[in-house]
Design a protein around this ligand. Structure first.
Ligand code: GZL
Length: 321
């Protein structure tokens, strides 16, 4: 470009800036690459809707990739976002470990990474700027504490518990198990007799509950499911075995999705511990702050409650997911 053209262009740009830049010069929209675990549960669906709606509302360009619950698909998606030079990478890691290499590639590309929903175990915490999500150990404690209180109604009875764990190696599965065990520790009347993954899905939850019932039958007094979808699948198995869910077998689960409230209103589920999936607005705010060079909290914990069946009908109209 000749000196003359450069001077004309610079003058034109300066004039446009001073006179009020037309749309052509407006700041370009923030581009976020988001890798989602999958579409395995009602919770996940609500989480995806929240993120997409928030991006649209904030004028953020969202590049969204569904990993179908496979870590290798998330790694591929993150590498693709790096290649596309997105402004921010965000993801909900399907499992806790195995992220150091790809997150180091993002760091070397100078693209900030935000974790949503689930945590990672990495050697260098600077590989991500912020983690927005629930305290799963506390959710497990809340589930266990509810049962400790419930057990006081039959102080002499031993309650045999079967546990449907979430996805193997995932932060919610590891931590919800840990929190529940902490809460019931030392209570000789509460015994976990079987524990197996149902991978957070209704289908697998039903399948594993059928196996529990075949092996233990009427010995089972309590089901602790790491999410509502597995509990709903297990309810079907319990009914098909001729037993009454919520009565013959006390059922405790986590998430607080609409399906859980419907099961509680029908008397088939006893309590759900809330795990809030509506993380979209907070994620967009953190991403905008990071790009603007503002300090962001390393950890943002979502606020959550516990909903026993007694309050389900009253609370149901207020539910947003
Ligand atoms: C929890 C989330 C879990 C939900 C499940 O934050 O990672 O994954 O509890 C979902 O329903 O599949």
């Amino acid at each position: 470009m000749t000196f003359h053209r450069r001077t004309v262009l610079a003058t034109g740009l300066a004039a446009a800036f001073i006179l009020g830049a037309p749309a052509a010069f407006a700041a370009k929209p923030l581009v976020i690459g988001f890798s989602q675990v999958g579409a395995e549960s009602e919770w996940r669906t609500a989480n995806t809707v929240s993120i997409k709606d928030a991006a649209k509302k904030e004028g953020v360009t969202l590049k969204f990739a569904d990993a179908q619950q496979k870590q290798e698909n998330q790694v591929k998606a993150i590498r693709s976002f790096i290649a596309q030079r997105v402004d921010v990478i965000a993801f909900s890691p399907v499992v806790e470990s195995g992220w150091d290499t790809v997150l180091l590639e993002a760091k070397r590309a100078r693209i900030p990474v935000i974790l949503t929903d689930r945590a990672v175990k990495v050697s260098d915490p600077s590989l991500y700027v912020s983690f927005l999500g629930s305290d799963f150990v506390e959710e497990g404690r809340r589930a266990g504490n509810w049962l400790v209180e419930r057990q006081k109604k039959t102080p002499d009875a031993v309650l045999n518990i079967v546990e449907l764990q979430g996805t193997v190696g995932s932060a919610p599965a590891l931590d919800r198990k840990k929190g529940f065990e902490e809460a019931i520790a030392g209570n000789a009347k509460l015994k976990v007799i079987r524990s197996q993954t149902g991978d957070f899905t209704r289908a697998k939850g039903k399948e594993v509950m059928e196996a529990f019932l075949k092996a233990e039958g009427k010995k089972i007094n309590v089901l602790y499911a790491h999410n509502d979808d597995m509990a709903i699948g297990a309810i079907q198995a319990i009914e098909e075995a001729g037993l009454k869910p919520g009565k013959d077998i006390i059922i405790i689960s986590i998430d607080g999705v609409k399906g859980a409230f419907e099961a509680m209103i029908a008397g088939k589920l006893n309590v759900t511990v809330e795990c809030n999936p509506l993380l979209g607005p907070q994620l967009m705010q953190i991403a905008k702050d990071v790009v603007a060079g503002k300090a962001v909290p390393k950890r943002v914990v979502t606020q959550e409650s516990v909903f026993p069946a007694e309050v389900a009908a009253k609370e149901f109209p207020n539910r947003k997911y």
